[in-house]
Design a protein around this ligand. Structure first.
Ligand code: AQP
Length: 338
């Protein structure tokens, strides 16, 4: 008898919102670039989180276009639909159905503690809707419905993975083992890329200040200009420091773009000024993004292909999602559909 034990790969789930017409360098470094690197070691499921996007008002035509761009960006970042499941969240209605059930197992007090809710309510004071508040239960459904082990996210999303784990634990405690307890999977470097204009804040798609963020489709000259203008400090030495958030951020970006360690970067710029360093950062990012940008442009001309990828992805995702949803519905006492 063959005693070889085939170890089951861990399940990885992550998502990105198609809000804003393109991703930032933060989304690229902190999220999608790593997603592609995980495909051979894990069973990966990646989604374009369009349901999460409407917690902030979106223009319908733009949201449609941005959803295509998000699919194209994930493909261009190296996600291979033959290796991973790639789909659009609203194409798998089971997420929203599970989210409703999980809402009933999530405490009001837990949701009020979410930093993103506090931040986004402050930014959208005229539209503090219930979806913004219950965003974490939909995200918990996204994660738990695939029995995900790991959720690769930037540092800003760690709290949401933790609440998903708490909700899963509570549900399992009442009904017996139902959900795998997920863990956040945060990259060692680049988990929080900061704004170039206000380096105490994270780089965000929705930041109205264009100079604060590098967008993945920015033209090379715009990338160079934004790096030249990046806020640093008056020390003038390319060396990390606790009170140097702007420079620390540039060192992280340059390290990721070139594959060098921060120590190697400091050695490379020993005796050189910030001007030289900012130019080098700009050039490294332009080169890192060049093939990605060209690939997105090509893919955006072929929406039929993007539709096909989304269709096949949704079919595969739905098969897994429905298994969990049926199990949960049964456990809470819903009658099976006659
Ligand atoms: N600045 C960042 N550095 C590292 N990782 C980041 N992520 C976001 N910003 C940074 C990670 O990108 C993934 C997808 O993010 P999202 O689409 O869920 O949106 P978000 O976190 O709300 O990102 P934005 O850019 O700030 O969007 P808006 O402005 O629309 O709110 C996540 O894994 C996130 O951690």
């Amino acid at each position: 008898m063959d005693e070889t034990v085939v170890e089951k790969k861990k399940v990885v789930l992550s998502g990105i919102q198609p809000s804003g017409n393109q991703f930032t360098l933060g989304n690229y470094i902190g999220a999608i670039r790593n997603w592609a690197l995980m495909q051979d070691s894990f069973d990966c499921i990646y989604m374009v989180a369009n349901e999460h996007s409407i917690t902030v008002r979106q223009e319908p035509a733009k949201l449609r276009e941005n959803t295509y761009r998000a699919i194209a960006s994930l493909l261009a970042a190296g996600i291979d639909p033959k290796k991973s499941i790639l789909f659009v969240q609203s194409h798998v209605p089971a997420h929203a159905e599970l989210a409703w059930i999980l809402d009933c197992y999530t405490m009001f007090g837990e949701l009020t503690r979410m930093t993103q809710f506090k931040d986004k309510s402050a930014k959208n004071a005229d539209n503090i809707n219930a979806g913004l508040f219950t965003y974490p239960t939909l995200m918990a459904a996204d994660i738990l419905i695939y029995q995900s082990d790991l959720v690769p996210v930037g540092a800003d999303q760690k709290q949401h993975v933790e609440i998903a784990r708490d909700i899963a634990g509570r549900f399992n405690g009442i009904y017996g083992n139902t959900f795998v307890l997920p863990e956040p999977y945060i990259p060692a470097m680049g988990a929080k890329i900061m704004s170039l204009a206000e380096p105490e804040k994270k780089m965000s798609k929705s930041d109205p200040n264009e100079n604060a963020k590098i967008l993945v489709m920015d033209k090379p000259e715009d990338i160079m200009r934004k790096f030249r203008r990046a806020v640093t400090d008056s020390y003038g030495e390319v060396r990390r420091g606790e009170d140097k958030p702007g420079l620390n951020n540039l060192i992280t970006i340059y390290s990721v773009a070139t594959g060098k360690t921060p120590e190697q970067v400091e050695a490379e710029f020993e005796g050189k000024g910030y001007g030289d360093f900012k130019t080098a950062c700009g050039e490294a990012v332009v080169e890192m993004l060049r093939p990605f940008r060209e690939q997105v442009e090509t893919l955006m001309k072929n929406k039929d292909y993007l539709d096909q990828v989304a269709k096949e992805g949704a079919e595969q995702a739905e098969r897994i999602a429905m298994r969990t949803l049926r199990k949960v519905q049964k456990k809470v006492g819903f009658l099976p559909r006659p």
